[in-house]
Every structure is written in structure tokens, then in C-alpha cells.
Write a protein that binds this ligand. Structure first.
Ligand code: UGA
Ligand code: MN
Length: 259
């Protein structure tokens, strides 16, 4: 089965570095189709050029987060969810694509899986083989998230019975974006399933999954959720003190060099 990976991304100094790292992981994954959705009013040259040189099979989209939904400089990052509009745009594209294909190609889509991969996390190759066979929604642990070493679904007798998390374990699905994959069939047959950009902190994943499954339906992967195969890493914002100082003296780095 094919894996459709939806990645929201936005312009910042580390963007190309993040996308480079991610693409090098994906190049090792068979049958992966990368849906890159820029949080931007237009597709940028940087991302277009990057993707066309990447060697990956991809779809390049863009969807700007409306200003009132976007975090402002200095806002605490829990105030508003990030990447919601972009993931929804990816879902819209999948649904459109699903409606245009027939025969063998449509049959292939029935088996495919959808994963939401943020551009800054760290993904093991094994993770993709775990999710590849997903009937409805598969789940697994996520490392370095939620102020914990890891969060994970707790499995008893092969079923998810609760979640190991440090915060509001009674959320419908207390699970990070990196911790689940969904069958494309389910996405295509439940057109109302989208991410709620107004969801309160910690409820973004639930806002989508609630349309698709109950806890009882979850398919535990990664040795019954005992292995960490994805890490919620975050990249430090580069310091630009020297750059700014040089810029004032008219000696900033050449703006024609893409970083
Ligand atoms: C956590 C979760 O892991 C995310 O899946 C979730 O979307 C986010 O919280 C949230 O609260 O909304 P975190 O590391 O805090 O993740 O978020 P980021 O990695 O900064 O952003 C998630 C994704 O959205 C990234 O792929 C990022 O490139 C993208 N993004 C971020 C945008 O498209 N636009 C933005 O303005 C910011
Ligand atoms: Mn992140």
C-alpha cells in the first residue's frame, strides 16, 4: 500500500534544512507520496525548486493561515493550533484526487494510508512499515512530547484501553499528530473529517479523529505500542545577532544566496 504524507510548512530560516532532513528520510521509504502544503499566499520558489530536485513523488500545495488564526510574534505557542489549514488542504486534495480516479488506481487508493508529518520531527524508517497496513486508524508511541519521555496508547489484550500522557488523559484522543495514521478509504468516505483550526490546545488531533473512529477501533502498532519510532523534536531558532549587526553596516550576508 501507498503512503500519503501531508506536511504543513512555513517560511523561516530553518525551513530548507528541515525539508532536506525530512526528504532524506522519505527517500528511503517505498511507495511514498509527499503532499507539501505551504502556509503561504503562493507557492514559493524555494519550496518549488527544492521539491523538483528532491527525487520524491510529491504534490505541492499552499494555503495561507488567515491572520486571525495565526500566532503572532511573542504569543505563547499553545494559543492557536499550527498547520490545521494546511493539513485540511492536503485532505481536500486527496478527496478531489480520489473522486477523479477509477479502476485499478481507485482500488490502490482503497488500501492507501495517510500520515501527517510535521516538518521538524524525526521519523524512523520502521515507522512507515508499521503504518503501511492500516485498516482504520493505527497508533503508536511518540517520543519527547507533552513534557514526557514519551506518550503512548496503553494496550491490553491487543486493544488500546487508555493513554499514557501527563496532561488531560480524558481528551477524546490524547495523542500527538505524529502518533497516528489513517486509512485513505476512511478519509474519502468521511468528507466532514477535518482539523478544527479553532480547537483548544491539545484538541486538534481529536477534532479530526472523532469523525473517524472510537478508541475501540484503534490499531496498536510498534510492538503493541512498546517502541518509540518517532520523536517530536523541535529545532532551535537560529540567532541572527551578528547578521543584524553586519546588516546595519551594509555587510549582511548576500541575499541572493538561498539558505
Ligand atoms: C505540536 C504538534 O506536534 C503539532 O502537530 C501541532 O500542529 C502543534 O503542536 C499545534 O499545537 O498546533 P509543535 O512542534 O508545537 O507541534 O508545532 P510546529 O512544529 O511549530 O508546527 C506544526 C506544523 O505546522 C509544522 O509542520 C510547521 O511547519 C507547520 N506550521 C507552523 C505552519 O504551517 N505555519 C505556522 O505558522 C507554524
Ligand atoms: Mn514541531
Amino acid at each position: 500500500p501507498r503512503i500519503y504524507v501531508i506536511t504543513p510548512t512555513y517560511a523561516r530560516l530553518v525551513q530548507k534544512a528541515e525539508l532536506t532532513r525530512l526528504s532524506h528520510t522519505f527517500l528511503h521509504v517505498p511507495q511514498l507520496h509527499w503532499i507539501v502544503v505551504e502556509d503561504a499566499p503562493q507557492q514559493t520558489q524555494l519550496v518549488s525548486d527544492f521539491l523538483s530536485a528532491s527525487g520524491l513523488t510529491y504534490t505541492h500545495l499552499n494555503k495561507l493561515t488567515p491572520k486571525e488564526r495565526k500566532l503572532q510574534e511573542g504569543d505563547p505557542n499553545w494559543l492557536k493550533p499550527r498547520g490545521a489549514e494546511q493539513r485540511n488542504e492536503g485532505l481536500r486534495w486527496l478527496r478531489w484526487m480520489g473522486s477523479t480516479v477509477h479502476g485499478k488506481e481507485a482500488a490502490a487508493l482503497e488500501e492507501a494510508v495517510v500520515y501527517f508529518a510535521d516538518d521538524d520531527n524525526t521519523y524512523s524508517l520502521q515507522l512507515f512499515e508499521e503504518m503501511r497496513y492500516t485498516y482504520r486508524v493505527s497508533v503508536w508511541p511518540v517520543g519527547l512530547v507533552g513534557g514526557m519521555k514519551f506518550e503512548r496508547p496503553v494496550v491490553e489484550d491487543g486493544k488500546v484501553v487508555r493513554f499514557h500522557t501527563g496532561w488531560r488523559p480524558n481528551r477524546p484522543f490524547p495523542i500527538d499528530m505524529a502518533g497516528f495514521a489513517v486509512s485513505l478509504r476512511l478519509v474519502l468516505t468521511n468528507k466532514e473529517a477535518l482539523f478544527d483550526g479553532d480547537a483548544q490546545m491539545g484538541f486538534l488531533e481529536s477534532s479530526f479523529l472523532q469523525h473517524l473512529v472510537t478508541m475501540d477501533d484503534l490499531e496498536p502498532k510498534a510492538d503493541l505500542c512498546t517502541k518509540v519510532l518517532v520523536w517530536h523534536t523541535r529545532t532551535e531558532k537560529p540567532k541572527m545577532k551578528r547578521e543584524e549587526a553586519l546588516l546595519k553596516q551594509g555587510m549582511g550576508s548576500d541575499p541572493d544566496v538561498e539558505v
